[in-house]
Design a protein around this ligand. Structure first.
Ligand code: TYD
Length: 143
């Protein structure tokens, strides 16, 4: 599968990791960021989770999902996200509330570059299901 930019939003969000803009509304009181489900991210959300109070140099992830689609946002600080999946290998630095990373199913992900200042929010297409995880890299590679 080719993850070159096709301009087809629906195909890309289904198969290829991509960054999409988050509307940021700034005024003297601060910043309001907003992102909408299906039409901006390609799927509707059933779950929100976040990573915070992260240890310096902590690594997260280390798994893939069979069906789950996710949208990852660095709300504060940064995260370096490495992805390996059907469309190839990718690296993204998330360091702004102006961009969201859409991760399709089937991508092994590793997050590092994290620290105590990092706050990472994740919108997920479905409820938590342990059976949707592939946690063994050899199993992931062999499938
Ligand atoms: P995990 O998905 O491995 O976190 P990360 O990818 O950030 O390293 O989840 C860590 C633990 O939290 C694991 O025991 C499963 C649990 N968990 C839930 O109970 N519900 C959830 O929605 C998530 C994302 C994790």
């Amino acid at each position: 599968m080719d993850c070159a930019v096709t301009g087809d939003f629906w195909q890309e969000t289904r198969l290829c990791p991509i960054l999409v803009p988050i509307k940021n509304i700034r005024d003297p009181r601060g910043l309001l960021g907003v992102i909408e489900g299906l039409r901006e991210v390609g799927f509707d959300f059933r779950r929100f989770y976040f990573l915070t109070e992260l240890a310096e140099g902590a690594q997260r992830g280390g798994h893939a999902h069979k069906r789950l689609r996710q949208c990852m946002i660095s709300l504060r600080g940064k995260a370096d996200v490495a992805l390996e999946g059907p469309g190839g290998h990718f690296r993204f630095r998330l360091d702004t509330p102006e961009k969201a990373l859409i991760i399709p199913p089937g991508y092994w992900r590793t997050l590092d570059g994290l620290g105590p200042e990092s706050v990472i929010g994740v919108l997920a297409s479905d409820y938590y299901d342990q059976g949707d995880y592939i946690r063994d890299y050899d199993v992931f590679r062999g499938q």
